[in-house]
Ligand binder design. Structure first.
Ligand code: NZQ
Ligand code: ZN
Length: 400
């Protein structure tokens, strides 16, 4: 196990009825005199009543706020810039993000960009400086998926260059997050599946590691994966199953607050490859991941059979006579079966990508978007991937 630092400042209000605490927590963490930006997405919170509860709670405590809705999945840089202008004009001191990963990420980007008076916010994503300051962000999570409610990360798409870049700084970890599983009852089945795929991938990115002697985090990863799979299938049968949602809500946050990744080298190649797909084709992140992940597993199988076999044994209870390669194959097959049961795509065609015309471009972007000297920066650590590897993986994903 490697040495590590861990700093997680997020106050976590979890469980039934915790939405009712939004006024109390905003007042506690933002202060009575705060100027709050209420940030949200395309309208689901207005349809399911969450918006009304939040607005009533803020008004009831005399907390001033202005609104900025309209965040779309794969959140856009243009709205982030608009949010920054609004925050400066209204002297915003606190951002309350009510929504999923896209809303929360948009809020974090605004929070990082407001103090950058002399530069455009996109520079932060390209150059990745340490932030000197940021506005505090808090969240009411409406869809468990990205873990952004307790992560320091934000992922934004520049719609002009079609670049989707991530950035992380501890100052962006939310100051509080409300995870009330009853808010998840209105999520449509395809979005449930996308969220489940994403949280599983956050665990894979940490689990598939070359660092030896990480029994505790290996075991935690396997346990959370088993819990997600069982609970997700329960939600397929009944999307109002509170207990299943509570497990999924807990797991989604655990999957990406980095507890499961402590002391170990992490991979992140599947995320890197997926972000290029969603940047160009605007598909849901979780759907892109269910296509890329099995292809990546097949690509690394020959070299990395032992860990893939451990996954098959400890997550799915499968074994093929002690043979790692065959056991690993069984595990990949079982994962694909699970994705299919969830209604997730497992091929590029199912994702709506019918030809390979952009594969080279996406692969090059995945390894060059942060290179300063034109040399490829490989994706991943478990098995380093250069652009020719990535093209091969995209091709494998054409016919899984
Ligand atoms: O926009 P509204 O109308 O709210 O609808 C949303 C949206 O259409 C809907 N939804 C959310 N809560 C709902 C609901 N519908 C009904 N009932 C509810 N309770 O769901 C749709 C998807 O929402 P979105 O926020 O886009 O999904 P998700 O949470 O999966 O976020 C995806 C984004 O996060 C990034 C992804 O790349 C993608 O851009 N990621 C962020 C990470 C982070 N910050 O740490 C890590 C991840 O790896 C990921 O890259
Ligand atoms: Zn993700």
């Amino acid at each position: 196990m490697e040495n590590f630092d861990y700093w997680n400042r997020t106050f976590w209000a979890f469980g039934r009825g915790t939405l009712g605490r939004v006024g109390e927590l905003t007042e506690r963490f933002a202060g009575k005199d705060a100027n709050v930006l209420l940030h949200f997405g395309g309208g689901s919170i207005k349809r399911n009543g969450v918006y009304d509860v939040v607005v009533r709670a803020l008004r009831g405590r005399g907390i001033r706020f202005v609104e900025l809705g309209g965040v779309v999945p794969n959140p856009r840089l243009s709205l982030v810039r608009e949010g920054i202008r609004l925050c400066r004009k209204e002297k915003i001191s606190f951002i309350l993000a009510v929504g999923g990963g896209s809303v929360i990420d948009s809020a974090k980007a605004i929070a990082a960009g407001v103090p950058e008076e002399n530069g455009d916010v996109w520079k932060i994503f390209v150059e990745r400086p340490r932030l000197k300051s940021a506005i505090d962000v808090a969240t009411v999570l409406t869809i468990p998926a990205t873990g952004s409610e307790m992560s320091p990360n934000t992922v934004i798409t520049d719609e002009e260059s079609r670049l989707k870049l991530g950035y992380g700084d501890e100052k962006l970890r939310p100051i509080f997050s409300i995870v009330d599983p009853e808010l998840f009852f209105t999520i449509p089945q395809n979005q449930i599946a996308n969220g489940v795929s994403d949280m599983m991938s956050h665990i894979f990115e940490r689990y598939f590691s070359n660092t030896p002697n990480c029994r505790l985090t290996d075991g935690l990863c396997e346990s959370v994966l088993r819990t997600i799979i069982a609970s997700a299938l329960a939600l397929r049968r009944d999307a109002h199953d509170y207990d299943a949602w509570a497990e999924i809500g807990f797991a989604g946050t655990m999957a990406h607050n980095n507890l499961l990744g402590l002391g170990r080298e992490q991979d992140w190649a599947c995320h890197g490859m997926e972000h290029e797909i969603s940047a160009i084709y605007d598909v849901a992140h979780g759907a892109g991941l269910s296509v890329v992940t099995p292809a990546w597993m097949k690509y690394v199988l020959a070299e990395k059979a032992a860990k893939l076999a451990q996954f098959a044994r400890n997550v799915f209870g499968l074994d093929s006579g002690g043979n790692d390669i065959e056991t690993a194959r069984l595990g990949i097959g079982e994962l694909v079966k699970f994705y299919k049961e969830m209604g997730l795509p497992v091929t590029m065609v199912e994702l709506g990508i019918r030809d390979d015309s952009k594969f080279e471009e996406m692969a090059k972007k995945a390894v060059l978007s942060r290179s300063r000297d034109g040399k490829e920066i490989p994706q991943g650590h478990f098995r380093k991937l250069f652009s020719d590897d990535i093209v091969k993986i995209y091709r494998l994903a054409q016919n899984a």
